[in-house]
Design a protein around this ligand. Sequence first.
Ligand SMILES: NC(=O)c1ccc[n+]([C@@H]2O[C@H](COP(=O)([O-])OP(=O)(O)OC[C@H]3O[C@@H](n4cnc5c(N)ncnc54)[C@H](OP(=O)(O)O)[C@@H]3O)[C@@H](O)[C@H]2O)c1
Length: 256
Amino acid sequence: MFHPKLFENRNVVVTGGGRGIGLEVARQFLDCGARVLVHLGRGAERDLPDFLLTAEEDRRAFLVTADFSTPGGTSGFAEKVLATFDRVHVLVNNAGTMVGRFPADALTDAQYETIVRLNQTSVVEVTRALLPAMRAAQEAAIVNTVSISALTGGSPGSAVYSASKAFVATYSKALARELAPNGIRVNCVSPGTIETDFHQRYSSPEKLEQTRKGIPLQRLGTSEDCAPAYLFLSAPSLSGYITGQVLEINGGQLIC
Ligand SMILES: NC(=O)c1ccc[n+]([C@@H]2O[C@H](COP(=O)([O-])OP(=O)(O)OC[C@H]3O[C@@H](n4cnc5c(N)ncnc54)[C@H](OP(=O)(O)O)[C@@H]3O)[C@@H](O)[C@H]2O)c1
């Protein structure tokens, strides 16, 4: 648990914050005093946790929906961010998913386009749109969610998804250099196999158990395992000399 005032008077944007890793990241930023604009995802009807509704009532959380897999999805989102915050201290680009498992020879143009638009293009577009507000913030930080599969290539049917995460990792390293003169740090968090709705959709219980056995710490990860890394990489007082790095959170699943 970080200090409850670590992000006091800081404006934080978390995409993909309606569930899973992003929801826990948003919760921990709120616990540390931030104002958090939470992108909930596409906006399907789902019960939101009490802490988020209470924070919304207190005007510490601002809840926004947007589909990033459609053209124009990110621009409408960015407009809402800029209508809420004139400065952005922290941007967490976390929205993403595998979309499905697609054998390389059966992948359609539409599937390819959707995976790339969601996991890759949306990160570039949201970052571009919010950069002036991040420059204005001074000492801002971007934390992008990538994946262990960016290094390993992932499992069958995830080639384009895994490659899109590798794109984001490399994009982040390049941005780290480019934005350092503006006082903006750029890092990534790379989850291993984390128990969220993600794997409920794309991995069988047998596959997950097999994965678990191969992890040195002998368990799958949780959103709670991941979230502190985002706060650490966002706080100038904790990580002010760290930029252009990828922090792997995987129980030792990948050690290299
Ligand atoms: N779980 C893992 O093992 C794992 C491993 C490596 C990397 N990751 C990455 O970690 C991030 C968070 O994943 P998670 O495990 O927390 O999965 P999750 O529970 O499925 O959450 C994914 C988030 O992304 C949003 N999202 C999905 N499609 C979207 C779209 N078309 N437009 C806008 N938002 C969309 C979701 O919103 P909806 O509610 O609308 O779907 C949700 O808020 C993702 O970038 C994922 O690729 C996860």
